[in-house]
Design a protein around this ligand. Structure first.
Ligand code: ATP
Length: 313
């Protein structure tokens, strides 16, 4: 059976219970919720029963253990999460504004996960995994970039596959060496999962079709385009499939793209046809937005089946 690996930040989110602007005044908070795009992604993979592992680093504190406990419970191999007795687990304070946008205060720059290394159990995991999923947002610290690029190359050389979700915020794109790292990952990518304008960041063109065609020409095997509430599309050399999103009430959009990607990758690795993989991924993305908290909306297979059945009838 294939085993999915990802590398990157593990943190907690602490969320303001009332909408408003930022944190300049005292506000009621709820949390900590386990978070970090790679952590949400791999939790969703584990919840679907697929072999899954993550390489990261946390402090020996409750924020780290909240993540370790949740990932373990959901079936993720956490042997690659090093617990650093002198480190601190990252955190993010989040407040939703009335306009639906979000304000963040991040405490992640100096957190334990900024110094991930491929040694010991982490190095063993790279050898035993057959699929690497890269999150662009993880490529913010030189040691993480190094670990991601090494693991990606090793898994590819061992005959495995690579998926890549750019998951980019503008401030990350301009960090030193970021663009080179992204280009290196893209060159190894089988399955590329951008959303919206991210497609054009990687493949400048006049139209979506042209941007995707150029990616396929450059060696990417398939492009999966996330379109928020409108659903998603799949394009490879011979097929083009678009499916509408499921109708749900959005409570918290965090994690939709990660749960979507995790589900697509899991079904794709399992040999499902692209339409089935896209349908389940859409269902996972839709369910993710119905729950408050980044990882709280990850779904089991039965929950995805139920949503698909409910909206088919
Ligand atoms: P993220 O906020 O996690 O970075 P993203 O920008 O990577 O997300 P989106 O396109 O926002 O990705 O969402 C991913 C998928 O989740 C969509 O393609 C869709 O299937 C589903 N989805 C997201 N929002 C909604 C919604 N409001 N209703 C139904 N489905 C949704």
């Amino acid at each position: 059976q294939s085993k999915v690996l990802t590398i990157g930040e593990v943190l907690v989110e602490i969320v303001a219970t009332e909408r408003g602007d930022g944190f300049r005044e005292p506000v009621k908070l709820i949390g900590p919720f386990p978070s970090g795009a790679p952590a949400i992604f791999i939790d969703q993979v584990g919840k679907l029963g697929q072999a899954a592992a993550i390489i990261s680093r946390v402090g020996d504190d409750d924020f780290g253990h909240v993540n370790l406990d949740r990932l373990k419970r959901d079936g993720v191999d956490v042997s690659g999460i090093e617990v650093d007795p002198l480190g601190t687990t990252g955190s993010a304070f989040v407040r939703y504004r009335e306009d639906g946008g979000r304000n963040f205060v991040f405490n992640i720059r100096h957190s334990a996960c900024g110094t991930i290394e491929l040694k010991g159990p982490a190095a063993d995991l790279v050898e035993s995994c057959t699929h690497m999923h890269v999150m662009g947002s993880s490529l913010y610290a030189p040691s993480v970039v190094d670990a991601v690029l090494k693991a990606t190359r090793t898994i590819k050389e061992n005959g495995g596959t690579v998926s890549f979700d750019p998951n980019l915020r503008a401030e990350i794109l301009n960090s030193p060496g970021m663009r080179e790292a992204l280009a290196t990952v893209l060159a190894e990518t089988d399955l590329f999962l951008p959303s919206g304008e991210e497609l054009f960041l990687f493949s400048p063109a006049d139209s979506e079709a042209e941007a995707i065609a150029n990616l396929l020409k450059s060696g990417v095997k398939a492009v999966v385009l996330k379109r928020g509430a409108a659903g998603a599309s799949y394009v490879d050399a011979t097929r083009e499939i678009s499916l509408p999103g499921f109708r749900v009430t959005e409570v918290d959009p965090t994690g939709a793209g990660d749960c979507f990607g995790a589900t697509f990758v899991t079904f794709w690795l399992g040999g499902a046809d692209p339409e089935t993989a896209l349908r389940y991924a859409n269902a996972a993305g839709a369910r993710a937005v119905t729950r408050s908290g980044p990882m709280e909306g990850a779904s089991t297979r039965a929950e995805l089946d139920a949503l698909i059945a409910e909206q088919r009838s």
